[in-house]
Design a protein around this ligand. Sequence first.
Ligand code: GLN
Length: 373
Amino acid sequence: MTNKHDVEHSKSFGPDRALVMSALEALYSRYRGCDEGRIADYIPELSKADPDCFAISIVTVDGEVFEVGDIESQFTIQSLSKPFTHAIALEDHGREYVMQRVGVEPSGDSFDSIIRLDANNRPHNPMVNAGAIAVSSMIEGDSPGHRLDRMLDMFARTMGRTPSIDNEVFESERTTGHRNRAMAHLILNFGIIERDVEEVLDLYFKQCSILVNARDMATMAATLANGGVNPKTKQRAIKREYIRDVLTVMHTCGMYNYAGEWAYTVGLPAKSGVSGGIIAVVPGQFGICVYSPPVDERGNSVRGIKVFENLSRNSGMHVFETWHQHGQVLNHIDEVKDPSPPLPSTVVPVGDATVHKREIDLDGSSDQAEDDS
Ligand code: GLN
């Protein structure tokens, strides 16, 4: 096994391919049989996904690729798109304009929460749907087609190939996305959206319907890890000055109402999407994507969470782990084979839930709570 203290001196040699691949294979076989979670079906087309699909891809800032599983399986990007459109809005308008309209505060609510805007009637952040719809409305262009092209250009630069849109998913989302439509009208009311609301929604639904695979997403994450330069094409995709903004918001808000626990147990800027992808960034080192369609009640991939939790706990990927900071995290990756016990993230709280129950009572929806007690 690699000695942690030796690794700092080996940083210039890059990760050991055999070591990384055997660790990824160990993770893949450990979690392949997991049958928790269910496929999101509130967008009808998404329910067609294969629950057994499972892929892990790592792309380093030097453009090296390590991957296992169903790497060629395509899925729609969904909310994994949000950090990248946030980057476009920042490039088009600057921080002040974007911050005036969308905050950077975790909401503590689900991704599609419809009720709460912040005290300034802004969406809480660009990672929840209301904020992402607002951000999509900020993409500049002379016409709807031009705005779509500019958005697709960003995805092409960050993934290093021309993306296509899954029209069935787009139509499915457009015809059933009443909740997103309601949110868009709410923020239109507060002057956050300044364009035709249906055009904005079409752009947002198309953005969510971009087809990707796990390698594309790992490349996009690696572009963020590499200061905005795509490590495969070596071309700048995102202005360096905004990488910090994008990664910060991913770190605090990317996992929705799991963001705090994720920051504690995994500790990486990340983003999840309801089609089953999770991307995470180890700044200056690499990007990772795990794809597996069954998601938990918060819309986060179940196998994805397990893989990241294990990787972070055992190989020191957490941004606040200090011992690896001058070395290559990937050189510790084989420690996933002999995992240490999980952090107590799944403990049953000892707190008394009475107060919450009383709130439910006041709400007039107490029957369930009474029955349960
Ligand atoms: N397109 C999805 C929606 O708007 C994205 C949600 C997600 O991936 N969490 O509902």
